[in-house]
Design a protein around this ligand. Structure first.
Ligand code: FE2
Ligand code: FE2
Length: 399
């Protein structure tokens, strides 16, 4: 699981059938998380930035009938979702891509040197994006907690035998390899400031995240479908760029992680597809709801103790390198409209049809925002931003 939305810096004001979908949570205003616009947040801050659009996420929005319906899908989940997981013995492990410490010392250090030779040519801005991706993967505890808050899905005992609980644990275990591998590879490269990266991870896990999914598995699995596809795209692009920069091993690493994300995307998309089949209106409304809230990628609370706008700065670099862009966000939406056959969905109530119209007409509006994001990236590209992760070097302008 992973990454960022370049739309995070855009203000989207679509209202939710007359309701404002974004509410300020007054409790947050009194917490250590001060608003970004607050004068108390200086250029050098010791407090992490707050969520840009705090959401009230304390209620359980799925009615009991729908929770029961969800629970009734357990045998289907066993047959159709759990097979997307791979047995441990068939899974790759980080060590498969790393210098082998069981070799004689000289051979091991030769492998480390070869890694450092390969990574020496990686541009600084590429490293910024790769580090941001890795940090996002490393905040995995936040994502497992998120899944365990979903009604009808959560792992009630911590070792429950139900298929949803099994999925949560095994998905987490598969994802855990992503951050481990990227982190170790970056550490061995000697190109990045591991202490600042580790602080950022600690801040990010400590900050948590409100995904806006209200304990609701319909909303939750729409979110994870989008998010896994976003990470599939992002890791796929970092694979392409590392190949172009002369590190085929790193390309294989990013490509392998991307293929995991794709498999997970397929599982989550299949769940939403099933919900659209058995409960089309509620599922369609869930898709609309998440689109109106906007899918916020999990690392938007990242902070390194120095840059209160770290995520925005990171997103600009990702946008400029084409690793993840506002256009990708629109592509993902169009992909799922097609994948879930939303335009042809039948059996909807009037409200459901309204949601269908909104979602199916949204991509062009998002693409317009692409132009704004491009403009912002161009402006930022010439301003120069120092990233602590690469020892304070400018991660926008390449060396
Ligand atoms: Fe993932
Ligand atoms: Fe991942």
């Amino acid at each position: 699981m992973q990454t960022f939305s370049c739309l995070s810096t855009q203000t989207l004001a679509w209202t939710h059938r007359g309701q404002d979908p974004i509410h300020l949570n007054p409790r947050l205003l009194n917490s250590t998380f001060m608003l970004r616009s607050s004068p108390l947040v200086s250029a050098v801050s010791t407090t992490p930035p707050p969520p840009s659009t705090p959401l009230i996420n304390t209620h359980h929005s799925l009615p009991p009938d729908q929770v029961e319906l969800f629970k009734s899908l357990e045998s289907w989940a066993s047959q159709c979702v759990l097979p997307f997981l791979k047995p441990v013995e068939q899974c790759w492990q980080p060590q498969n891509f790393l210098p082998d410490p069981t070799l004689p010392f000289d051979e091991f250090t030769d492998q480390v040197r070869a890694l450092q030779d390969r990574t020496a040519g990686l541009p600084d801005d590429y490293l910024v994006v790769l580090v941001g991706d890795m940090i996002t993967e490393e905040a995995l505890p936040t994502y497992q907690s998120f899944l365990n808050r979903l009604d009808g899905v959560r792992d009630e005992t911590g070792a429950s035998l139900g298929p949803w609980a099994q999925w949560i644990r095994a998905w987490t275990a598969e994802e855990n390899r992503h951050g481990d591998l990227l982190r170790t590879y970056l550490y061995l490269s000697g190109r990045v400031d591991m202490e600042m990266i580790e602080r950022t991870i600690q801040y990010l896990i400590g900050a948590g995240m409100d995904f806006g999914t209200e304990h609701n598995p319909y909303l939750g699995f729409v979110y994870t479908s989008f998010q896994e596809r976003a990470t599939f795209i992002s890791h796929g692009n970092t694979a392409r760029l590392s190949k172009e920069s002369g590190d085929p091993v790193l390309a294989r690493i990013c490509g392998t992680v991307a293929s995991d994300e794709k498999r997970h995307e397929n599982a989550y998309a299949k769940i939403v597809e099933k919900l659209l089949e058995v409960d089309p209106t509620v599922a369609m409304l869930a898709i609309e709801d998440m689109m109106r809230k906007r899918i916020r990628m999990p690392a938007h609370m990242m902070f390194d103790g120095r840059d209160p706008h770290l995520f925005d700065h990171f997103s600009v670099v990702a946008q400029r390198l084409g690793v993840y862009t506002a256009n990708d966000y629109a592509d993902i939406l169009e992909f799922f409209i097609e994948r879930w056959k939303l335009e042809k969905l039948e059996g909807l109530t009037g409200e459901g049809k309204g949601a269908q119209d909104f979602v199916c007409g949204l991509a062009p509006r998002i693409r317009k925002l692409q132009e704004l994001a491009d403009e912002k990236a161009r402006k930022k590209a010439s301003s120069g931003v120092e990233f602590s992760w690469i020892f304070g070097k400018d991660g926008v302008n390449q060396d």
